[in-house]
Design a protein around this ligand. Structure first.
Ligand code: HEM
Ligand SMILES: *[C@@H]1O[C@H](CO)[C@@H](O)[C@H](O)[C@H]1NC(C)=O
Ligand SMILES: *[C@@H]1O[C@H](CO)[C@@H](O)[C@H](O)[C@H]1NC(C)=O
Ligand SMILES: *[C@@H]1O[C@H](CO)[C@@H](O)[C@H](O)[C@H]1NC(C)=O
Ligand SMILES: *[C@@H]1O[C@H](CO)[C@@H](O)[C@H](O)[C@H]1NC(C)=O
Ligand SMILES: CC(=O)N[C@H]1CO[C@H](CO)[C@@H](O)[C@@H]1O
Length: 353
């Protein structure tokens, strides 16, 4: 479900404390005046302007410090937000630990499902959340913290900045099986299109958001089938025909066996810590690392976008498109109003549930 559910204002008592009375009154007036379609809960870039005015400045300061200590975390923060939004909506469910504190019948959280085994950066998210809670206690959701950290990760890696609509609330559940909604790296274009469409995202969003692979690394295991075992024959001739032959050799020297799940490969080789359009140049040369990257050449529209960006002449356009698609992705299935909660610790739901 791509749309947010409408939030009920009927329970005035349960309106979150962070909603100033004036804001609530203004919202009520808006609901009276607005056509019915606008009564669905909306995110708002000014959501915390009264309740936590220093929010964005604080996140930026922390992110500067975190990335100075660990420059390779930019990619992981961006990926965390993607995994959050594709599974149960952007509700910070990706941050919850498995175990007795996860109030679900199945005790295994998203975090411990196979696609998440290589997620990183959880400690840093809590570090930022703690900083914010010292400033404005129990006010800012973990889901919003993640959205802002992803934006700052991009910006501080020389990518675009953009206003992040805020007001997400944190979910109460995390279920490992739900990660099946994430597209696997072996996906062809048909599969990507279907899985993104299920989240309200278009083929253009797919090709634009895949540009996130300008940052970060992939473990060999995420693509070594393309090098050794593409059809299951498991021999040196069994390579992905969509992968450039010379690049097969280069990647094989890095990933020497099918079982290697620890060695990392840069996805935008040579500039994996810089947000730029270099990813598209590689994809256009059939040097995308994942099969899902190569799959962008299977469709006419996404192929045209890759080829246009591969020229390096339209980076500003990519940056604008990326900002737009991130805002779209960031609004998938959000909880707002009095849904969910404002978590205190991002890895565990509050105890009163
Ligand atoms: C189009 C479908 C996508 C697929 C199939 C996919 C798959 C993957 C896989 C398999 C990895 C490597 C994981 C590992 O082995 O460590 C990865 C890394 C990454 N993905 Fe995606 N991804 C997709 C879309 C996205 C989107 C939409 C974003 C964000 C907007 C994103 C951001 C990232 C980043 C930043 C990394 C690097 C993480 C790191 O350095 O640890 N991906 N992706
Ligand atoms: C697990 O996820 C798949 C794919 O989303 C779904 O079809 C299936 O019903 C889920 N299984 C359970 C037990 O929830
Ligand atoms: C794409 O992948 C799907 C699901 O993995 C598969 O059923 C389909 O045959 C593939 N399509 C093409 C054109 O290879
Ligand atoms: C090779 O691929 C086949 C088909 O996908 C798979 O069943 C098999 O386990 C793979 N072999 C190895 C050694 O990973
Ligand atoms: C990597 O593979 C080894 C051996 O199969 C396994 O014990 C380990 O859990 C795997 N690690 C990851 C991160 O998947
Ligand atoms: C099963 C598994 O490997 N789970 C991991 C998921 O990711 C978190 C954070 O990196 C790890 O702590 C888990 O061990």
């Amino acid at each position: 479900m791509a749309t947010s559910r409408s939030s009920s204002l009927s329970g005035g008592m349960s309106t979150p404390a962070l909603l100033q009375q004036s804001t609530a009154a203004a919202l009520f007036l808006l609901l009276l005046l607005a056509p019915p379609t606008l009564t669905t809960a909306q995110l708002d870039i000014n959501f915390y302007s009264k309740s936590c005015p220093e929010l964005e400045k604080t996140v930026r300061q922390e992110m500067l410090a975190i990335l100075k200590e660990s420059p390779t975390l930019a990619g992981p923060f961006l990926r965390l937000h993607f995994h959050d939004c594709f599974v149960r909506g952007c509700d910070a469910s990706v941050l919850l630990d498995s175990g007795p504190n996860t109030p679900i019948p199945a005790a295994t959280a998203e975090k411990d499902a196979p696609p998440n085994k290589s997620l990183r950066g959880f400690g840093a998210v809590q570090r930022v959340k703690d900083k914010l809670d010292a400033l404005c206690p129990s006010t800012v959701s973990c889901a919003d913290v993640l959205a802002l950290m992803a934006r700052d990760a991009v910006f501080l890696s020389s990518g675009p900045s953009y206003a992040v609509p805020l007001g997400r609330r944190d979910g109460l559940r995390s279920v490992a099986n739900d990660t099946k909604q994430l597209p696997p790296p072996t996906s062809n274009f048909t599969r990507l299109a279907a899985m993104f469409a299920a989240k309200g995202l278009s083929p253009k969003d797919i090709v634009v958001l895949s540009g996130a692979h300008t940052l970060g690394t992939a473990r060999c295991v995420s693509f070594s089938d393309r090098l050794y075992n593409y059809t299951g024959a498991n021999n040196l001739a069994d390579v992905d025909p969509e992968l450039d032959g010379e690049y097969v050799t280069a990647l094989r020297s890095r990933c020497q066996s099918l079982a290697d799940n620890t060695t990392l490969a840069e996805m935008d080789a040579g500039s994996f810590e810089t947000f730029d359009a270099g990813y598209y140049r590689l994809v256009a040369k059939r040097r995308g690392v994942l099969h899902s990257d190569a799959a962008l050449l299977e469709d006419e529209e996404t192929r045209a976008y890759v080829e246009r960006q591969a020229t390096g002449m339209f980076v500003a356009e990519f940056f604008r498109d990326f900002a737009e698609s991130m805002v779209k992705m960031g609004s998938i299935g959000v909880l707002t109003g009095d849904q969910g909660e404002i978590r205190n610790k991002c890895y565990v739901v509050n105890s009163h549930h």
